[in-house]
Design a protein around this ligand. Structure first.
Ligand SMILES: [Zn+2]
Length: 111
């Protein structure tokens, strides 16, 4: 999975930005979605691996979907985190079965 420069959620384009020392007001955070400014912020902490960063992006996308639907979820953080990891895993393991993906070589051309 790639991390794009922006994602569209509920018809709204959210920029994806990297932030150092990302903070949720209490502790350091891996990600944050800013509904007012339409952006998703990901921690640029070097210790965060690509896989974890992809899960965090899904986590924030799911918050965005919930917000767009106007849904209230009890234990939102736990629910969002379970689905973020689950969706990431299913897409990683089945991407080629679910989408018409073309293999891309190192020079960027499709095989
Ligand atoms: Zn969250």
């Amino acid at each position: 999975m790639k991390i794009p420069e922006s994602v569209r959620i509920g018809g709204v384009e959210y920029a994806v930005e990297y932030v150092s020392h990302l903070n949720n007001g209490v502790t350091l955070a891996y990600g944050h979605i800013d509904y007012d400014n339409c952006k998703i912020e990901l921690s640029d902490t070097s210790g965060t691996g690509h896989e974890r960063r992809c899960q965090v992006l899904w986590h924030e996308i799911l918050h965005g979907i919930r917000n767009h639907a106007g849904l209230e979820i009890e234990n939102e953080e736990e629910v969002v985190e379970i689905f973020a990891k689950g969706i990431y895993q299913v897409l990683q393991d089945n991407g080629g079965r679910l989408f018409d993906l073309k293999e891309v070589t190192n020079d960027g051309t499709a095989n």
